[in-house]
Design a protein around this ligand. Structure first.
Ligand SMILES: *Cc1c(COP(=O)(O)O)cnc(C)c1O
Length: 346
């Protein structure tokens, strides 16, 4: 598919590597029935630009280009107190000479700390212009419109980016990723049996689905929910994938069976640690030296580990885990991931 007709800013000057994880795969197999497990590889989207980047970098390439085309001087977006999306949006704004404002939703009551470490420290370091903190369940869209209206009153122009950058334009970033991977598999002479990706605001999962359907890539994608079980998550992903397909002008309905997700790994609550996440973070760090984060990729990898132990993959099945980033929030949970803090059973 031709993505060149969409304006894009380039924030990563290379294709992120696809790497084998032999020590992790062996450690995992040793804990699987019959001592056999999948052959795990990682798509290193934790190495994306706007360092330390992550999946939001790809979405912002298209979103920021659209903001610039519309003459915006300020990016407005929203997220949780340790939002990777807010951090990467702010980094893009700094790079482009734009201002940046956030609505922060305090999803866990009392969790907003104006002196917190991790991503929040990065907000301050990179000079966020304004943060509006709202309680869980508040109308975030209305709060962002309020920030935009305040800018208009000052003769300025804001560009509102939805949570996680997950709309049709943002989803194009993962269509581009699908095409990048397709090229890499061809060059590397590698065939994958399954793709495993996190599924939250759904731009990553939905964008990949649209990219796979549009490019006729016939490899199943499994989304691991980070805040919802499949009954709630899959309709969101369907909606996102269809919106991206429509923007691309594919003229097709995304097949319902192209969207599959698993639940059970994010509990008790979005961003709240559980013991399976801690095991996953420690296991990948100690076998391959690659950090995962506590809010997203730790729980997503816990999903891969859980599926492997449940016999979901055939022995030696080649699975590609999309590492979506999140490194800074690890520093806001140091004791927890070392097993010294509070974590609940999944
Ligand atoms: C935002 C985020 C996700 C989830 O991606 P969505 O596109 O919102 O579904 C996964 N991993 C990390 C590290 C993230 O920051």
């Amino acid at each position: 598919m031709d993505l060149s007709r969409f304006p894009r800013r380039r924030y990563t000057p290379f294709a992120t590597p696809i790497e084998p994880m032999p020590r992790f795969s062996a450690a995992l197999a040793a804990t699987c029935p019959g001592g056999e497990g999948p052959d795990v590889w990682i798509k290193r989207d934790d190495m994306l630009g706007l360092f330390p980047g992550g999946n939001k970098t790809r979405k912002l390439e298209f979103l920021v280009a659209d903001a610039l085309a519309q003459g915006a001087d300020t990016l407005i977006t929203c997220g949780a107190p340790q939002s990777n999306h807010c951090r990467i949006t702010l980094a893009a704004a700094a790079r482009e000479g734009l201002k940046c404002q956030f609505v922060i939703e305090e999803r866990v009551p009392g969790s907003y700390n104006p002196r917190a470490s991790g991503n929040h420290f990065m907000f301050r370091l990179m000079g966020v212009e304004r943060i509006m903190v709202v309680p869980a369940g508040a109308d975030i869209g209305a709060a962002m419109e309020q920030l935009a209206a305040d800018l208009v009153a000052q003769g300025r122009r804001g560009y509102v980016i939805p949570g996680g950058g997950s709309n049709a334009v943002g989803g194009l970033g993962y269509v581009a990723c699908a095409q990048e991977m397709q090229e890499q598999w061809f060059e590397m002479g590698l065939r994958f049996d399954r793709i495993l990706v996190g599924s939250g605001s759904s731009g990553t999962h939905g964008g990949l689905v649209a990219g796979f359907v549009g490019n006729r890539i016939d490899i199943p994608i499994v989304g691991v929910g980070v805040s919802r079980d499949p009954e709630q998550q899959e309709p969101l992903v369907m909606k996102e994938a269809q919106a991206v397909a429509d923007l691309l002008g594919l003229g097709l309905q995304v097949p319902r069976d192209a969207v599959r997700s698993v639940g059970g790994y994010w509990q008790p609550k979005y961003s709240v640690p559980n013991v399976r996440m801690i095991e996953a973070v420690q296991m990948l760090a100690r076998t391959e030296g690659i950090p995962l984060d506590p809010v997203y990729t730790g729980k997503i990898m816990a999903g891969l580990i859980g599926l492997a132990r449940a016999g979901e993959f055939s022995p030696g099945e080649r699975v590609l885990f999309v590492h979506t980033g999140g490194l800074p929030s690890l520093h806001a949970y140091e004791g927890v991931v070392l097993g010294e803090g509070e974590a609940v059973a999944p």
